[in-house]
Design a protein around this ligand. Structure first.
Ligand code: SAH
Length: 251
């Protein structure tokens, strides 16, 4: 089945308007025709089955036949606060964590973030990263596209994590508590919104760890005796959380 993500504004009066790249893909690559059936997602979890009614030079219209809530979304919402790494590693992190089921990604500029991101870059990068999330969501059959925030500074995380049921900072020098143990408490207390915080390739500074601990009540956790690259740490942590909270099943 051919899947398209469309802006909710393009779904009106039981009709879907397809334009831009999706329209080109539909017409020139897939060569779809009136009467063909497509699946449409509005990016927020609703899925529509629609039949193409017309195709012209610049857009296509499809008539909605039925709609349903997607069942590919995890019940637990995991927000990843990701220390921005060098090069194109962020692309990989966004793609893979989207496939796994991340809810939201907040790029974080930390003391050891190497790339310099000015205000203009922030918007540009966010647009690019959002596109990667959208493509990954489409490919893996999610009906929800993870929101990618504009990069924030490490200190700003404190304001965001207040709203979460739980927060875990992944720390390679945490030798006492591993993620598995921290999650044991979460499976007992019902957790719906959880944040994970992962450093860039250079890790967090002692001052950052100290500030995080001062924000109070939040966990730090280790992923075992080996030091992982930042992209491995994020992908592994998300997989562990979703697995431990029962989200890697068909239940
Ligand atoms: N500062 C370290 C490596 C940092 S790894 C060094 O250069 O030796 C980058 C990030 O991945 C860390 O900030 C942490 O969030 C995560 N990470 C990597 N290995 C980890 C582990 N074993 N346990 C917990 N977090 C880990």
């Amino acid at each position: 089945m051919h899947r398209f993500f469309v802006d909710p504004a393009n779904i009106r009066n039981e009709e879907v308007l397809l334009e831009g790249d999706d329209f080109k893909h539909l017409k020139l690559v897939l060569r779809l025709r009136p009467q063909d059936t497509i699946h449409v997602f509005d990016g927020s979890g609703t899925e529509y089955v629609a039949t193409i009614s017309s195709i012209n030079e610049s857009n296509a219209l499809a008539k909605i036949q039925s709609l349903y809530k997607s069942d590919t979304e995890p019940k637990v919402r995991v927000t990843l606060f990701q220390g921005v790494p060098k090069g194109d590693k962020m692309d990989l992190i966004i793609q893979k964590t989207t496939e796994l089921g991340v809810y939201r990604i907040v790029p974080v500029i930390t003391d050891r973030t190497v790339v310099k991101i000015n205000e203009k870059d922030k918007a540009k990068k966010t647009t690019r990263w959002s596109k990667i999330a959208k493509e990954a969501a489409k490919q893996c059959q999610r009906a929800y596209v993870p929101e990618i925030f504009q990069p924030v500074n490490f200190g700003e995380i404190s304001e965001y994590i207040r709203d979460f049921d739980a927060s875990v900072l992944l720390y390679e020098n945490e030798s006492k508590k591993c993620l598995k143990e921290v999650l044991k408490c979460y499976t007992i207390n019902k957790i719906e919104d959880i944040s994970i915080i992962v450093g860039p390739e250079g890790g967090f500074t002692d001052q950052e760890i100290e500030s995080y601990r001062k924000w109070g009540g939040y966990d730090t956790a280790g992923l075992g005796r080996r030091i992982l690259r930042t992209e491995t740490a994020s992908i592994a942590a998300l997989s562990i959380i979703l697995y431990e909270l029962g989200e890697m099943t068909y239940g």
